[in-house]
Design a protein around this ligand. Structure first.
Ligand code: ADP
Length: 527
């Protein structure tokens, strides 16, 4: 196919005169029958990457997608591009016998170019048997990060895709697409789909128009949110909360303060959910206060702010959720409230889960702590997390975060760092963060007394500083890799090799001053 023909097809099916970003290269890779891996942020235009080749190529492309609602939207959009209804179909458990028959005959007759299926439907013998006899142009795995336990939305059914694809037909090209791929997730996807040879296309994850800000979460968080929203009155915004209860409470608080807000969470009945979503889309209300149940597939281009009442459980989730702001390229303020107490809450939720899952969960949370407490550019941190280099001087949006606009002060804390690490060593690395801090400030609890630690000469040697100072230092040492939290012992602090080396020959340790986290830190200390 020549370029002229390709552009003609683009215009004919989608009405676009040019490709967006890496689309053209991706489309050509797929048209060439290659295994292809596409990593593009939400809104990057992934759908067209496989839809256009599917429309051009002979046979039917099978698209695996995890969400029925999203599949329906896609199918409706494709049908509107064509006079032929059968051009796209969904195959899932909601279809009756007649409907399944129609889908099958459209595929057999070469009418259907795209067939959307949920991974669990693909495991059905009946469907696999049928698809074996058909011309399949390629298999596209949308939201491919669902394959990886390191992704933010792991789905075990995605693990079996490779073997199912092999049963449907040998040599079917496989296309993986995702909007979240840390290098780790990326590796899992390629390995699991067996496409290490894939042509890989990765778009930049930088969202230059988004402003990132983290504020300490105090008891006054309601007032802080109200003040922010009032300042931005009339603009569309989403406020994410961890629990349904908090969603209800906060939505009410905003309402009694004269702000136009509605709640959204999975505990509301379907009718109310649709109603509230519509009110937001049609701008009858400005704000949706929601759990993470809200947002998948919502395409409101002018969301001007996303507030996190609670810090999310991974950087991926944070990126996805904040990514719903400023899709039109206009202003997008991303404000998250952070308290270490919330991290402890999230850690508690994980206990009781299988050890492997806990380990992953803890590692992801540790990154969130590092992100929230970092003094480097937040944009740089996020992009680094996604395996991308970013230079604040030359990169777009280089000054668009709180740390770049209002740099935090730092001071030399070498002596204090040594003191803290020494106490961990002297107490035989058997205490969690709170006990380490208590030993430093000379506060004895039952466990400390039972070990007679309170009778040791080092007990209370840090009492010239507040507990919150030591807690902040401890976490900065954690982030810098001088100590680590042991998972098997539920968070006991251990020294790392780096920490031991530092104790032997202490060099500089620049501690970020952030007294604004004081309240949050104080709250975290219990004797
Ligand atoms: P993703 O799946 O990566 O989140 P979508 O496929 O939903 O992104 O595309 C995002 C938006 O970009 C859609 O509104 C789509 O119509 C638009 N779009 C995609 N490709 C092009 C293009 N080549 N030219 C103009 N707009 C495009």
């Amino acid at each position: 196919m020549t370029d002229t023909e390709l552009y003609a097809a683009l215009k004919h099916y989608f009405g676009f005169s040019s490709f967006k970003g890496l689309q053209e290269d991706v489309v050509k890779s797929i048209l060439g029958g290659n295994n292809t891996f596409v990593i593009m942020p939400t809104g990057g235009g992934k759908s067209l990457c496989y839809q256009l080749p599917a429309l051009i190529k002979d046979g039917t492309a099978i698209v695996v997608s995890p969400l029925i609602a999203l599949m329906k939207n896609q199918v409706d959009a494709l049908r509107s591009l064509s006079s032929e209804e059968g051009i796209a179909h969904v195959l899932n458990s909601s279809l009756n016998k007649t409907e399944v028959k129609k889908v099958k005959s459209d595929i057999s007759n070469g009418i259907t170019k795209l067939l959307y299926v949920a991974p669990e439907s693909l495991t059905k013998e009946e469907y696999v048997d049928f698809l074996q006899g058909q011309t399949i142009s390629f298999m596209a795995i949308d939201e491919a990060h669902c394959i990886s336990e390191w992704g933010h939305d792991f789905r075990p059914e995605y693990r079996n895709l490779r073997s199912i694809i092999e049963r449907i037909g040998a040599n079917i090209p496989i296309i993986g697409l995702t909007a979240t791929a840390t290098p780790k997730v990326q590796e899992d996807i390629l390995k699991n789909l067996g496409i290490q040879d894939a042509n890989t296309f990765k778009a930049s994850f930088n969202r230059p128009n988004l402003y990132y800000e983290i504020r300490p979460k105090t008891k006054n968080v309601d007032a802080d949110i109200i003040r922010f929203v009032k300042k931005n009155e009339g603009k569309s915004g989403i406020i994410y909360c961890l629990s349904r209860k908090r969603v209800e409470e906060l939505a009410q608080t905003l309402q009694v303060n004269g702000l136009k807000a509605v709640p959204y969470h999975a505990g509301l009945d379907a009718k109310t959910r649709v109603k509230h979503q519509d009110m937001f889309l049609k701008e009858d209300v400005d704000i949706v206060v929601a759990t993470i149940a809200f947002g998948m597939g919502i395409d409101k281009p002018d969301v001007r702010f996303v507030i996190h009442n609670d810090i999310p459980k991974s950087i991926e989730s944070y990126y996805q959720e904040t990514g719903r702001a400023g899709r039109d390229g206009g202003e997008g303020h991303c404000l998250a409230f952070y308290s270490y107490k919330d991290i402890e809450k999230l850690e508690k939720f994980m206990s009781g889960k299988p050890v492997a899952e806990q380990e992953i969960g803890h590692a992801l949370l540790q990154e969130v702590v590092a992100f929230a407490e970092t003094s480097v550019s937040r944009r740089k941190f996020i992009l680094h997390y996604f395996g991308e280099k970013f230079d604040n001087k030359t990169g777009e949006g280089g000054d668009m975060d709180d740390n770049m606009r209002y740099p935090k002060k730092k001071h030399e804390a070498k002596d204090e760092a040594v003191k803290l690490l020494t106490i961990i060593a002297k107490t035989n690395q058997q205490y969690k963060a709170k006990e380490v801090v208590n030993v430093l400030v000379g506060k004895a609890n039952a466990m400390i007394k039972s070990h007679r630690t309170d009778a040791q000469p080092y007990f209370g040697t840090g009492e010239n500083k507040e507990a919150s100072y030591w807690m902040a230092l401890l976490r900065q040492l954690l982030v810098a890799g001088y100590i680590r939290k042991d998972i098997e012992t539920y968070g006991v602090i251990k020294l790392t090799d780096k920490g031991r080396d530092f104790m032997k020959a202490p060099a500089s340790f620049m501690m970020t001053e952030d007294h604004s986290f004081k309240q949050a830190n104080d709250d975290a200390i219990v004797a």
